[in-house]
Design a protein around this ligand. Structure first.
Ligand code: FES
Length: 526
């Protein structure tokens, strides 16, 4: 059954799992640790701390798995930059450390699944990196060599077995894994409660204030006083600028096509394309299986008509897997891409030592969030952790300076939009179920026309740092192209770092049609 979520599309996971719903937090509560965010990062952290007998409270603006964990494709794979990219940026010693942390994260998830008896379709399988173009062979060889130097048992093979088409040479990474993310979260949440932890949904943290002894997390009508606060909200809301110059938000797309049971081998597949494609299989609903094909990423808020990404993924899938049947699912999610390819896990550089971040998933959320949970647990428990310097959120962007510079240039260009005209001349050009930005004098107004024809007008000024939001037709949301804040059609925050909703706007006379006009336009579908 589907609960609250941060978009209008429905993932396979939402249709095939239930997660517990927890009441909002009320009044003033005390805890040793307050975890903000009930996705894989937050719940894994809370679980590991509960195992250490810490008194933990988890709060989430929506509910368990309602953020990006319900939209991931939940597979474990090598770093998004591949080992060759990590070695080039960080050196061989650090690349080995990265490989070790990835292996330990996977072991941790498997151990939790077994200890808590979580039926989440956890499965080990091989992963294959394939070429996109004929001249990609040297890149595959470089990656295989770098992976082996990092201690990964990778090998170069002549092709991927059992797919029914010639993939060409590939790097094989044995022992990767996949699972059903919401079934996993369901098990984690129940295990936290069994160990005395508390979880609250519909509880939006607005502010963190305090000192090294105690922090106060303020919600709309409640608060939590805690010795430690872990911000696991995909991108931090408690940091105004610094962390948002170190990472950028991307939308990523998934299509799910039904395929006959066991017609394809269970494996993971990624290509070297840009934007790239990946493949995994999952259980369907009626005994069949679902071929999930994902990728086609683009910067958040920088493509207003993203439906073509679904079409491109489906076309790519059908060209390679002619046995695929009907398209049954399609959804999108958010990826935070760190400038240097590694997540930011540890103490928040802009806060006291008792406020921690888990962010910068790099499209590898299952792995990075689990590493983050392990690392932050060690910091809270005042234990040494071998990866604390590697993933330190305070690290300088020396390993990704080029990406840092181009990301800042991209953001700067977005502020220039305030000088340009609107996307449409008037509200008459906005069809039911669509949104567009129009200019009204000096202001830009984000206008959504609902399926009944009524208009919903908001200020287009993002409440984070003032960029102009853009319509996202795939998720019926207003997305900010600067640092990936997202808002629903009423202006409510779906994804940070924006701290507050978009301001509601009363349209100028002439723009807001009287009710009779609205009805007649709705019938015409204009
Ligand atoms: Fe930073 Fe919108 S997210 S300005």
């Amino acid at each position: 059954m589907r609960g609250a979520t941060n978009g209008s599309s429905t993932s396979l996971w939402m249709d095939t799992a239930t997660v517990p719903v927890f009441p909002p937090l009320a009044g003033s509560q005390e805890a040793e640790v307050c975890v903000i965010g009930a996705g894989i990062a937050g719940l894994t952290t809370a679980y590991l701390l509960a195992l250490q007998d810490k008194d933990v409270v988890v709060i989430d603006a929506l509910g368990v798995g309602a953020g990006e964990t319900g939209r991931t494709t939940a597979h474990f794979f090598p770093p998004d930059e591949w080992y060759h990219g990590i070695e080039r940026r960080f050196g061989r010693v650090q690349a080995k450390l990265v490989a070790g942390s990835y292996a330990r994260a996977l072991q941790m998830v498997e151990s939790i699944v077994r200890r808590e008896g979580i039926a989440c379709e956890f499965e080990h399988l091989d992963g294959y990196l394939v070429a996109q173009h004929d001249d990609d062979q040297p890149a595959l060889e470089r990656e295989c060599d770098a992976a082996v130097r990092a201690g990964v048992p990778a090998e170069l093979v002549s092709g991927v077995p059992g797919l029914g088409y010639d993939t060409g040479p590939a790097v094989r990474y044995p022992g990767q894994a996949q699972l059903h993310p919401l079934k996993y979260l369901d098990g984690l949440a129940r295990a936290i409660i069994r160990r005395g932890g508390r979880i609250h949904g519909a509880s939006h943290a607005r502010r963190i204030r305090g000192d090294h002894r105690r922090q106060v997390v303020t919600l709309d009508h409640a608060e939590v006083r805690a010795q430690h606060v872990v911000v696991a909200t995909h991108t931090p809301f408690n940091d105004r600028v610094v962390m948002h110059t170190k990472q950028a938000g991307y939308r990523s797309y998934v299509v799910g096509l039904r395929v006959p049971h066991r017609a394809l081998p269970h494996l993971l597949l990624w290509d070297l394309g840009d934007p790239y494609h990946y493949v995994r299989l999952a259980s369907g609903i009626d005994g069949d299986e679902v071929l999930l094909v994902g990728g086609a990423d683009h910067k958040t808020g920088q493509d207003e008509h993203p439906g073509h990404h679904y079409d491109e993924l489906e076309r790519w899938a059908r060209e390679r897997f002619p046995l695929a049947r009907e398209l049954a699912w399609r959804w999108s999610g958010e990826v935070m891409e760190p400038n240097d390819g590694l997540a930011f896990l540890g103490r928040n550089p802009m806060d006291d030592d008792n406020v921690y971040l888990i962010t910068g998933d790099s499209g590898n959320g299952m792995t990075h969030c689990t590493i983050g949970a392990m690392l932050v647990t060690d910091l809270v428990m005042e234990r040494p952790n071998p990866w604390s310097a590697l993933y330190d959120p305070a690290r300088k962007p020396v390993h990704g300076l080029g990406e840092f510079a181009s990301a800042q240039a991209n953001v700067a260009a977005r502020y220039g939009e305030w000088l340009s005209g609107g996307e449409v001349e008037s509200v008459q050009a906005i069809a039911p179920g669509e949104g567009a930005v129009l200019r009204e004098g000096l202001r830009r107004v984000a206008v959504y026309r609902d399926p009944e024809g009524a208009l919903h007008a908001l200020s287009a000024r993002c409440t984070h740092l003032g960029c102009a939001v853009h319509w996202n037709g795939a998720e019926q949301s207003w997305d900010c192209p600067c640092h990936a804040s997202r808002f629903d059609t009423e202006g409510n925050v779906l994804h940070g770092p924006a701290p507050t909703p978009l301001a509601k706007i009363v349209l100028a006379p002439g723009d807001a049609p009287p009710p009779r006009d609205r009805r007649s336009r709705a019938r015409r579908g204009v």
